[in-house]
Write a protein of this length. Sequence first.
Length: 198
Amino acid sequence: MKLFYSPSSPFVRKVMACLILRGLEGQVELVSTNAHASPGALLAANPLSKVPALLTEDGAAIYDSPVICEYLDGIGSAAPLFPAGPARIPALVTQALADGLMDAAVARRMSDQLPQDEGRIAFSARQKAAVERGLAVLEQAPPQGLADIGAVAVACALGYLDFRFAQEPWREAHPKLAAWLASVAESPAITRTAPPAA
């Protein structure tokens, strides 16, 4: 398999964490990719020119991190990250919330790097508010360990906030969430996928 990736992407981090938790690291060739440059190899794997994008052994292209993670969950013999039965929908909803946090934070980061006008300032404020609401929901019921895809996604979302918005610490207002992240911080899926120093 071949994974088009950027180490600073929280969505890539989620896929990489799933690779580790599923014991699949050695089965995937990593291709460092600048999605903003829209290289031909990436476009062949994902016409949206986004990472992560995965090419399977038979050449099938899979993109968007939830789909890639679910595909990986069907490979190997590790405990599944996508639970069956009644636990499945809560895990998927938590993943969707964490992915939304990442979407908002990434969009804000990109907007903040552009010349600022009233529209961009309002856009960034809207994304920041979305993150704050998401954190408030997660504080009410933090994940348990790294037992499912929802927990993995939350860890990656919080890690991205630490990476790109360290000047806006979130832990003091969310002590239960902070304690949970500290409890999983030494997992190889977290330590080995940390983004590069900002």
